[in-house]
Design a protein around this ligand. Structure first.
Ligand code: GDP
Ligand code: MN
Length: 378
């Protein structure tokens, strides 16, 4: 789950990381009022869950409350990379001397958290990483020992941070480590961390990603989720505990088990088709969950055929078949459906579906081929 900048920075601040004064606004009038409260120059920042807002024109400086209102109007009317801007953050503007990149994230191949920093932070960090990777410093963190202060100092030295800032930098690094650990984040990023003209270190931007699988123990973070920016089908799926990701193809997929689901998508592609979604109904899915999954798949107007690939282990094929029948009663699907059932109670499952007008298949290859053909006809 991604957090907005204003949410990330509020968390940072609780952990002792300095952030600019500011508040979020949903209207231009509110933005003007916040600018009045703050006094002086402010920065108006679109709150959307994508990077590169600055380059897209979604971050603008205003010299007074009137300009803040005008820019807020403009930014609140924008779409950034397809996402409508619903809120803006109004922050006290900072006078910047240097922009630093600083983040802690998971390094899967090293099986450790990693601290990443660069003296060349700011909006071109991707380019820096691609063209001058030597300007990016990485130090791994032992997950059992946690971040040690000497490691943070090593980073400060490696990015040529003047000695005067080391103490504050170490404090920020320890703060960010605590944020990362305590919130089960997979990313806690400050870009830019700036040195201001007043010689202060301050987190100007913030970005966090929280491990979805850990959200059950952070209800206060789970509540921060902005479902406005998720596909409605994904929001619906989450309610039923289904792992669902909407894709752009036209073959709906209903599979139990994440590995089997990915394999099914691969085999669909192998036969020239494109999956409309990833869906893992999960082990032991009952008919209610299956019905919900089917409703979600069939509300996608792109779907021209559906492939059911069920391996009955913990999930029983007859339960799945009942779910399919329930859902068919409800949604009256008009698209062809191909089903492959194997495993526990497969016989009974197939018998239940016999009169349901479904295309049956024996193997996954056969099922994939048939669904690709069916989608082409549809
Ligand atoms: P992003 O483009 O989505 O990463 O948004 P950022 O919050 O990082 O802002 C992009 C850029 O705008 C920063 O790298 C800064 O150069 C600039 N910027 C943001 N806030 C301020 C500010 O308060 N003062 C000044 N002078 N520039 C700012
Ligand atoms: Mn940024």
């Amino acid at each position: 789950m991604k957090l907005h900048e204003y949410q990330s920075k509020t968390i940072f601040s609780k952990y002792g990381i300095p952030i600019p004064k500011g508040r979020v606004a949903a209207t231009a009038q509110e933005a003007k009022q916040i600018a009045e409260e703050l006094g002086g120059r402010v920065v108006i920042k679109s709150q959307v869950l994508v990077g590169g807002r600055g380059k897209a024109g979604g971050v603008k400086l205003a010299k007074d409350p009137a300009e803040a209102e005008q820019l807020a109007t403009q930014i609140l009317g924008m779409d950034i990379k397809g996402l409508p801007v619903r809120k803006v953050l109004v922050d006290e503007a900072s006078a910047i001397d240097q922009e630093i990149y600083f983040a802690i994230t998971d390094d899967r191949s090293a099986k450790k958290p990693v601290m990443i920093a660069s003296a060349a932070g700011g909006i071109d960090i991707e380019e820096v990483a691609a063209k001058t990777p030597e300007k990016i410093v990485k130090i791994h963190i032992d997950p059992l020992l946690g971040l040690r202060e000497y490691q943070a100092r090593d980073v400060a030295v490696a990015i040529d941070l003047p000695r005067d800032y080391w103490k504050d930098f170490v404090k920020i690094a320890m703060g960010l480590w605590n944020v990362y650990q305590n919130t089960d984040a997979s990313l806690a990023e400050i870009n830019p961390l700036v040195i201001t003209k007043e010689k202060k270190l301050i987190a100007l931007d913030g970005k966090m990603m929280i491990d979805d699988n850990a959200l059950f123990r952070h209800p206060e973070l789970a509540e921060m989720r902005d479902t406005d920016e998720d596909a409605p089908s994904e929001v619906e799926a989450r309610k039923y505990g289904l792992s669902f990701i909407k894709l752009d193809g036209n073959i709906g997929c209903m599979v139990n088990g994440a590995g089997l689901a990915m394999t099914s998508m691969d085999v669909i592609k192998l036969f020239g088709g494109e999956p409309a979604n990833f869906l893992d109904v999960g082990g032991g899915a009952g008919s209610e969950k299956v019905a919900a999954a089917m409703r979600i798949i069939l509300t996608d107007p792109n779907v021209k055929a559906v492939l059911f690939n069920i391996f009955g282990g913990i999930t029983r094929c007859d339960e799945v078949a009942r779910g399919i029948l329930t859902a068919m009663d409800e949604v009256k699907p008009k698209v062809p459906m191909v089903v492959r059932l194997v495993g526990t109670n497969a016989e009974e499952g197939r018998r239940l579906l016999e009169n349901a007008n479904m295309i049956t298949a024996e193997t996954l290859a056969d099922a994939a081929k048939k669904s690709v053909e069916a989608a082409k006809k549809g």
